[in-house]
Write a protein that binds this ligand. Structure first.
Ligand code: ADP
Ligand code: MG
Length: 357
């Protein structure tokens, strides 16, 4: 089952006291090994250093968007995929490219168009005349970071080919399965769904993205910085990698070991459950959303140099991780209530677990 694949590794790395425990059934969970936490602490220092370097590199190119940059990094470390949705010209592609370029790993970019075929993404088996056999030619999805630009311009068939690879982290062509090596992150950009000539991603596919962010216009001071920095050549060309793919794999391991108290896990479940019962939503968040929320919270806490997750991490991530998966009811749409607002309201309204692990 798709939802379970990451869930298991996620549980295995839990501290013993909470391993396999149903959220809410374990108490504070304060008994787990202090030694384990110390080890995590040491690794965490390394993580913060590397992550700061990546963040610095991306921010040297993207002006005035620290929150978007932090979220993008969070998704990378949470082994997720990122959807950047906004109007044209606000730096979506640039953010995707800057993150990809900051890490020394394989990067492929796909510009989605209506005539792109699924095999243009996954690859094809072609007959090799000399060897007299079929040979697999891997498509652009075989990279550590795949930048999928303007995904809502691709046909639904091609979109779903990419989204299948994202979820399964493997590609099957002509009966043979090829694994996609970690780190594997898809960063897709799209224009707002209202724009013409596009195929909006169906909700089942939006659910595959760990988070959706928008860029927003830069403030005037940042825009001025941009004019100065981008006047001549593109600063992207000056960006050199500040971390290796193997560093990112290690960071991902550290994030997997992050401690999440039972109370915080329960809080994530409470939030998600509330979306399923909400009168203004006709589709609530899936269990996959809960997994993504907790996984992202682990990464978010780690970036803050903390080896445990706080309810605040979950709160900060609730809108970017949950809102794009929700569908408002017809009435809510008429009243122009957006899922973002519904989630933000829930975050304000739901009781927050008290401090303590
Ligand atoms: N916040 C920003 N910081 C730096 N440059 C920006 C920013 N927003 C837009 N730009 C500039 O605008 C140009 C267009 O950005 P791009 O990433 O291609 O937009 P999009 O993909 O959103 O249509 C970039 O080349 C970049 O120079
Ligand atoms: Mg673009």
């Amino acid at each position: 089952m798709a939802v379970g694949t990451h869930g298991e590794s996620f549980m295995e790395t839990d501290p013993p006291a909470s391993r396999g425990a149903r959220p809410g059934s374990a108490g504070g969970g304060g008994a787990e090994g202090a030694a384990g936490r110390e080890a995590t602490g040491r690794d965490l220092a390394g993580l913060v250093q590397v992550a700061d370097r990546i963040r610095g590199a991306v921010e040297s190119v993207i002006e005035g968007k620290p929150k978007a940059v932090r979220l993008a990094l969070t998704v990378l470390l949470a082994e997720g995929h990122l959807l950047i949705e906004d109007v044209p010209g606000v730096g979506k592609t640039m953010l995707a490219k800057a993150l990809a370029r900051s890490v020394d790993c394989s990067v492929r970019r796909v510009q989605f168009t209506p005539d792109l075929l699924p095999s243009d993404i996954t690859g094809v088996s072609a007959y090799n005349q000399e060897l007299r056999e079929f040979e697999f030619k891997p498509g652009p999805v075989f990279a550590n970071i795949v930048v999928g630009d303007e995904i809502n311009r691709a046909s639904p068939k091609t979109q779903s080919a990419l989204l299948e690879c994202m979820e399964e982290r493997q590609v099957t062509v002509d009966g043979t399965t090829y694994a996609l090596e970690p780190p594997f992150m898809v960063i897709s950009t799209q224009n707002p769904v209202e724009m013409e000539g596009t195929y909006p991603l169906p909700e089942a596919q939006r659910d595959r993205f760990t988070a959706r962010i928008s860029m927003g216009y830069p403030d005037p001071a940042s825009e001025l910085e941009m004019l100065d920095a981008h006047g001549g050549s593109s600063p992207l060309d000056r960006l050199t990698p500040v971390a290796h793919a193997s560093d990112v794999r290690e960071l991902i391991e550290v994030v997997r070991r992050q401690h999440v108290a039972a109370s915080v896990r329960q809080y994530a479940i409470d939030l998600v459950t509330a979306t399923r019962k909400h009168p203004e939503l006709r589709l609530g968040a899936s269990p996959r959303a809960t997994l993504h929320l907790v996984r992202a919270a682990r990464a978010y806490a780690a970036l803050d140099d903390r080896d445990y997750v706080l309810p605040d991490d979950v709160q900060e991530l609730a809108v970017p991780v949950l809102a794009h998966r929700l569908l408002p009811t017809a009435e809510a749409q008429v009243e122009r209530r957006r899922p973002e607002q519904v989630v933000a309201d829930l975050v304000r309204r739901l009781p927050v677990p008290s401090p303590g692990r």
